[in-house]
Design a protein. Structure first.
Length: 80
C-alpha cells in the first residue's frame, strides 16, 4: 500500500485558509475518491472538500474548529 499525505492546497487549491468545521470520515475509515472528506469554513462560505483519492484514512492532521492554511497537512491516506 502507498501512503500519501495531502495539504489543503492539494485537496482545495482555491482555498488559502479556513477553519475545519467537520470531518465526514474517521481515522481508519475507508473512503472512495470523491467522497465527502471534510468541511472547511472560510470568511465567505462553508465548503465540503472531496477525498482526493480512495483508501483508508491514516491521520487527520487538523482537528475540528482548528485553523488550516494552504501549506498545512490535512489528511494522510493509505491508498488502494
Amino acid at each position: 500500500m502507498n501512503t500519501q499525505a495531502y495539504r489543503l492546497a492539494d485537496v482545495a487549491p482555491e482555498l488559502a485558509e479556513g477553519v475545519v468545521a467537520a470531518w465526514h470520515a474517521a481515522p481508519g475509515a475507508h473512503i472512495a475518491a470523491g467522497d465527502d472528506l471534510l468541511d472547511i469554513v472560510t470568511d465567505k462560505a462553508c465548503i465540503t472538500i472531496p477525498a482526493p483519492a480512495g483508501g483508508r484514512i491514516v491521520c487527520q492532521h487538523v482537528a475540528p474548529d482548528a485553523p488550516v492554511r494552504a501549506e498545512d497537512l490535512v489528511v494522510t491516506l493509505e491508498q488502494d
